[in-house]
Design a protein around this ligand. Sequence first.
Ligand code: NAD
Length: 389
Amino acid sequence: MAKKVVILGAGYAGLVCALELNKLATSQDAEIVLVNKHDYHQLITQLHEPAVGAKKQEDITVSLNSVLGSKPIKFIKDTVVSINKEQQSVELEHSTIAYDYLVVALGSETEFFGIPGLKEYSFTMKSVNQANRIREHIEKCFENYSKEKRDSMLTFVVGGAGFSGIELVGELADKLPELTAKYNVPKDKVKVFSVEAAPSIMPGFDPELVDFAKQSLEQRGVKFSIGTPVVQVEPGKVHLKGGDIIETDTMIWTGGVRGVQQVIDAGFETEPRGRAKVDEHMRALGHKNVWIIGDACFVLTPEGRPYPPTAQISTQMGANAAVNIYATMKHIKLEKFDPHLYGAVASLGRKEAVANLSPKFKPKGWVAYRIKDASKLRYLSTIGALFKK
Ligand code: NAD
């Protein structure tokens, strides 16, 4: 009898897992069920674009119906409430579903580090809906400035200058001249702050590329506050360590990610930031029928550093889990997760990026930007959505 494989989440990891398993297993082997909160797949690596209005929701989402087509993958649009691993079932908002094999690919949540007021008074950018909220709010700030004339309405703070924060300030820096012209707002009133706790932006990234990114953004008006953690947020104010206060109506938090609560609540073994520990075949520790993949899990490289929670790692985890689910069904040898790393590319706005692709190939500027674009197209082609966009 076919085994029921339930895949939670149709992000990079979950969607690729469903598509790859469908290629390997026949309907006699597996009944594949994919659960997702929305009926679309989000290209979350591009969220900085709709967040400032550079792209629309439809530009960075792909309809799951169009990707799944007539493939024998059952799609359930619902939200995962909890996982009961003893009963092998998952409670969704509208039903309960049993499984033989479970794949948890629910992504990550924002880490607020317990900083007072941060969760309550800042925007986050983890989904298209959140990006849309940021865009609407920024437009409102410009729209209402002519009536209220508060400087804090035109001061935008991005907390955390990792890749997400830098990609966002880059996009914002490119968009602001358009908004100042549209709403007839004096240019010198508009301020963008990038606040970073570490001694450098993009900590750990190639120093030459970091310098290029910083200069490029400073030339477009971004002000950096580095080595100054956000310590408190209250309505209209962001407090930095050392006592500085930035008065702002817009605090966007990109200061880090953590694992998802459903994994912690289910009692899977997790590390301190809530990401599940998995074995070399991407199975939850102590569970031979549960795979936890993508940002929801924690895997160390052979050098002992955690793999970063990126789309390229997530898609490879999805493919590896599919192979190993199939191998488990067929009682054949499982495959070790051994990803190919393609390097990292961060966009700095609409025409520039920085890319660390190999020790000898570290393009910056327009070339790096085209590489980032190409990797998006390559991914869309992997999921069969290239011509659907
Ligand atoms: P991150 O954890 O990589 O960066 C968060 C940043 O916030 C860090 O630099 C950290 O020092 C800073 N920070 C933490 N606490 C702070 C505080 N109190 N005040 C000020 N700054 C503070 O998070 P991210 O940027 O969301 O990225 C998450 C993962 O996704 C990373 O692995 C990243 O590489 C990846 N990512 C990749 C891309 C890409 O490849 N283009 C884009 C976005 C994210």
